[in-house]
Design a protein around this ligand. Sequence first.
Ligand code: IMP
Ligand code: MG
Length: 190
Amino acid sequence: MNFQTVTLPRLKVLITEAQIQQRVKELGEQISQDYQGRQLHLVCILKGACIFLADLIRHLPLEISMDFMAISSYANSLHTSGEVKIIKDLDTSIQGRDVLIVEDIPDTGLTIDYLARNLWARRPNSLKVVVLLSKPARRIKLVDTAYVGFEIPNEFVVGYGLDYGEKYRNLPSISILQSGVKTPPCRIEN
Ligand code: IMP
Ligand code: MG
């Protein structure tokens, strides 16, 4: 049994596994160049970005360390509210470090805006953001993302770490969930 033979009728592939792997490799090369000779501290936003992080770090021939943060956002019927709750905070201080936030997908941008402000307050030496996907159509907050994997249309997507109700994170490609789902469910576990 494989993912092709399992019937997933509501899913339409948007970005294939091969396209993701190629782009993650390119992002890794770009980040490695930019941080050459420096120690990079990656902050992965759970859970959506964990597969992206796992693949990305294998294209970073640098001295790296990593930490994890888990957050949840609250949404109304149209968009996330920007009210973000930290479920799991970082284990170590980021003061004076070169930090790269690894996030799955900014939509309104409220979550990443909150995170960036929260982490800046902890006085890192530098703070940048890498996102696997970006959905600019519904952006409310301008997100200063240094590295973007793919810009996608205003569709709800799943796979490669991204979920809908905790399902589909294990799909190797990224697919549009076809059921008129254009807005996230009420409470989002990232
Ligand atoms: P924002 O605060 O509106 O930018 O929402 C960002 C968060 O919502 C992301 O970290 C995801 O967890 C979730 N999200 C937004 N769009 C999608 C999507 O298309 N698929 C899966 N999760 C999404
Ligand atoms: Mg999610």
